[in-house]
Write a new protein. Structure first.
Length: 176
C-alpha cells in the first residue's frame, strides 16, 4: 500500500478536529456563541484539508501509482519524500505539506498551519496563532480571527472543491 504517511497526517488532523469540537461546550452569551462558530469553522477547515489528502491517496492508489510522485489530475500531484507526504497543485499554486512537524496548507497568499494544539492562520503577512480549543483565547481575537477565516476558508474550500472534481473524474469510488 503506497502513501501510508498520508494516513498519519489525516489522523493528526482528525484528532485536532475532535479536540476542538469537544471543547466547544454550551454558549451562554452571544460572544460565546460567536466563539463556538469560529472554533467550528477552524475545525471544518482542518477537516477539509484531511479530506483532500484522503481523496488524493485514494486516487493515487486507484491509478496504481506509488511514491515518490503520482500525477492525480492535470494539475494535482501527490508526492512522498523520505516518508513525508505532500499534495501539490500547479495552478493555482497550492500545497499541503508536513514541515518541521506542522501540517501546512498554503495557497496564494494564505496559510493554515496546525502545529500540535496550535493553529496559525495567515493572509499575506498578517497572522494569528491560537489554540482553537480554547474558547477564551478565541474570544480575545474574534474579529481578527473572523477576518482571517473568511479568506483562508475561501481558499481551502475552493481547493477542496477542485480535489473533489479530480476524484470524480479520475476515480468516482473515492467520493464515498
Amino acid at each position: 500500500m503506497a502513501f501510508e504517511s498520508v494516513d498519519g497526517v489525516v489522523a493528526t488532523l482528525g484528532a485536532a478536529v475532535r479536540r476542538i469540537r469537544e471543547a466547544m461546550g454550551e454558549a451562554g452569551t452571544l460572544t460565546e456563541q460567536r466563539a463556538n462558530t469560529a472554533m467550528y469553522n477552524v475545525s471544518e477547515l482542518l477537516e477539509l484539508v484531511a479530506d483532500m489528502l484522503s481523496k488524493a491517496k485514494c486516487v493515487a492508489e486507484a491509478k496504481g501509482g506509488s511514491p515518490p510522485v503520482v500525477q492525480l489530475c492535470a494539475t494535482w500531484r501527490l508526492l512522498e519524500v523520505e516518508g513525508v507526504p505532500m499534495l501539490i497543485r500547479t495552478k493555482p499554486a497550492t500545497a499541503i505539506a508536513v514541515r518541521e512537524g506542522a501540517v501546512v496548507f498554503q495557497r496564494d497568499h494564505v496559510v493554515l498551519e496546525l502545529r500540535g494544539n496550535k493553529v496559525r492562520l495567515c493572509k499575506w503577512k498578517y497572522c494569528k496563532e491560537l489554540d482553537p480549543a480554547s474558547r477564551e483565547q478565541v474570544m480575545e481575537i474574534l474579529p481578527q480571527l473572523n477576518y482571517l477565516l473568511r479568506e483562508v476558508g475561501w481558499h481551502v474550500t475552493k481547493s477542496h472543491e477542485a480535489m473533489v472534481l479530480c476524484a470524480k473524474r479520475e476515480e468516482p469510488s473515492c467520493l464515498r
